[in-house]
Design a protein around this ligand. Structure first.
Ligand SMILES: NC(=O)C1=CN([C@@H]2O[C@H](COP(=O)(O)OP(=O)(O)OC[C@H]3O[C@@H](n4cnc5c(N)ncnc54)[C@H](OP(=O)(O)O)[C@@H]3O)[C@@H](O)[C@H]2O)C=CC1
Ligand SMILES: CCCCCCCCCCCCCCCC(=O)[C@@H](N)CO
Length: 332
């Protein structure tokens, strides 16, 4: 009898342990909130700012080029839902000097109040074969994509912890979930954000601060157009698997996930599968999410093997084609 009771108690405690991390946080109210968007002057970042503005937020746009910032400010202002809303522009390089980043964030907080949500979207991509990418580009991408997210985050967390509230978003990429041909410099800088986010979330959760990592596929932006100018054929063919989406759609999804406090934000069916497959030890934010991961893991891994096979064959085909055309050139 005693044994049965003890077994029940143990089972109950285990169940509580399993369920406790699954409890969803309370959604953030965007109306009246101060949202800082780095990389807010273009592409995905600009659309995230517009999406938040449509929900009544106050916005600080952070980027380097002042002209682009002013243009973006005008576009964001068109999305206003009341006449109290304000868009502030700050020109700074988020990847260079921490003190500078800290001081501009301070300025923004003085003008628009404490930051409720930080969106780390400033970033860039360089693609190319490993041995053809200039060595200093590896450092550059880590600086912009990784340190450029660490610095603004570091500048806001103290106040967030004091206020016992906040949201921090990191814009990674599907190339931050899977390493692809041509992304030897880019992928690591996006994988790094995941590690940062996991560690940070564990520290921040008791303070009611929730971290979101967004993994968009190729998205139709000025940055994407720039990247395409030098993208290897292999990278293009492999990326086409998950298609190109519009920044407005991406913005809608990621803002919703951040508001809800979801740790992972993915886009489209491939994005969904990739996220379930690569969930690892990442935090779970709802019971459905946890159950879906448990049930689909084996199936998605099976599907993934077919994808990997097709990527390998793309790489092989491109190599053979290149060798043939080289040989033909020699003959001429
Ligand atoms: N488009 C895509 O296919 C995908 C993009 N992503 C990621 O989304 C993010 C946004 O991409 P996207 O919208 O395409 O890019 P864009 O090139 O269109 O916009 C990038 C933004 O970041 C700013 N920025 C770049 N470097 C710095 C810096 N050092 N300091 C401050 N601001 C900076 C730019 O302004 P300025 O140059 O004036 O500083 C600009 O506002 C990036 O992190 C990218 O890696 C992820 C998946 C897919
Ligand atoms: C079950 C398994 C499913 C597997 C699906 C795999 C799909 C892989 C596609 C990867 C696309 C990478 C896009 C990178 C976008 C990016 O970050 C740059 N464009 C930035 O400018």
């Amino acid at each position: 009898m005693l044994l049965v009771v003890a077994a029940f108690i143990v089972a109950f405690v285990l169940l509580l342990y399993m369920i406790s991390p699954l409890i969803s946080p309370k959604p953030l109210k965007l109306n009246g909130a101060h949202v800082v968007v780095t990389g807010g002057s273009s592409g995905i970042g600009k659309c995230i700012a517009m999406e938040c503005y449509k929900h009544g937020a106050f916005i600080t746009l952070v980027a380097r080029d002042e002209h682009k910032l002013v243009q973006a400010k005008k576009e964001v202002e068109k999305c206003a839902i009341n006449d109290k809303q304000v868009v502030l522009c700050i020109s700074v390089d988020v990847s260079k000097d921490y003190n500078q980043v800290e001081s501009v964030i301070k300025q923004a907080q003085e003008k628009l109040g404490p930051v409720d949500m930080l969106v780390n979207c400033a970033g860039m991509s360089i693609s190319g074969k490993f041995e053809e990418v200039e060595v200093d580009r590896f450092k550059k991408l880590m600086e912009v994509n990784y340190l450029g997210s660490v610095y603004p985050t570091r500048a806001v967390v103290t106040t967030m912890k004091e206020r016992r509230m906040g949201r921090i978003m990191f814009v990674s990429s599907q190339a931050g979930q899977i390493g692809l041909f041509g992304y030897t410099a880019y992928s690591p800088s996006k994988f790094a954000l995941r590690g940062l986010a996991e560690a940070l979330q564990m520290e921040m959760k008791p303070y009611n601060i929730y971290v979101t990592v967004a993994y968009p596929p190729d998205t139709d932006t000025p940055g994407f157009a720039e990247e395409n100018k030098t993208k290897p054929l292999e990278t293009r063919l492999i990326s086409e698997t998950s298609g190109v989406c519009q920044p407005e759609q991406v913005a809608k999804v990621v803002v919703k996930d951040a508001v809800q406090g979801n740790f992972t934000s993915s886009f489209g069916p491939d994005g969904y599968m990739l996220s379930a497959l690569t969930c690892g030890m990442s935090p779970v934010t709802s019971i459905t999410e946890g159950l879906q991961q448990i049930v689909t893991m084996g199936l998605f891994r099976t599907i993934a093997l077919f994808y990997l096979g097709s990527f390998d064959s793309i790489v092989r085909r491109c190599m053979i084609q290149r060798e043939q055309s080289k040989a033909a050139d020699k003959r001429e």
